[in-house]
Ligand binder design. Sequence first.
Ligand code: SAM
Length: 267
Amino acid sequence: MNRDDSHQHKARKRFGQNFLVDHHVINKIIAAIAPKPEQNIIEIGPGHGAITEPILAKCPSLKAVELDRDLIPLLTEKLAGYPDFQIHQGDALKIDFSQFYQAGRAMRIIGNLPYNISTPLIFHLLGFSPQIEDMHFMLQKEVVDRLAASPGDKNYGRLSVMVQYYSSVQPLFSVPSTAFRPVPKVESAIVRLLPYSQPPHPANDLELLTRLVSASFQQRRKTMRNTLKYMLDATQLEQLDIDISLRPQNLSVVDFVHLSNQIGALQ
Ligand code: SAM
């Protein structure tokens, strides 16, 4: 455990606690989020309130979800001047975010996310896409690179395809490790995700698309023929209208959707 001397609280590694201390970076994040008073903003993992407090100054009805019970009294005391602020103690991975949705006020989700759970958390949140206006996250830079990667990039994979199926991805800026206490071992970056109200290329069977994309990238060096032979027989393979000698990293999101719809129709 690392001691954060500015607070009576020890940073816990198992909660992915690296607290932002650089005010230049904090101001840049607030400017990117551009909070407005009437908005429905929800912060995941407020920690010591580095982002929470400047957001509250612009959007007093901010809500937050924090797992670490020891942080709740500290935050409540520190943010007592904001009577509309609500903290929910709990695990963001398990929370039903639709409880925060209000008709006509789509959710804006923000957070300097605990790195150990960032990928499952993004998938959990994408399940609430129609109720979300946008999301701004601090993530490991490597994860932002994977989220934003295009076909052919070395970082292109399951995460790129599945997240881009649901949302557009805008990498915003990098954040050096020195902006945090304790200092993490990796570089970070801010990303903006804009979920589509309807995916522009909908899959007929989302479960099949998910399975296809996972199976394809599990053996990313092999051709699609190799993955598909476990799903289709030789005659069905001949009926596909994509080039199955390609490797998965060369297929776009639209290609994967099209392929999964074709497989669904053939099976
Ligand atoms: N927002 C603060 C900042 O920028 O300084 C803290 C960021 S720290 C990287 C991640 C925060 O998420 C911590 O406060 C941690 O306790 C909290 N956290 C970890 N796992 C969580 C979970 N499953 N659900 C909600 N909060 C979680």
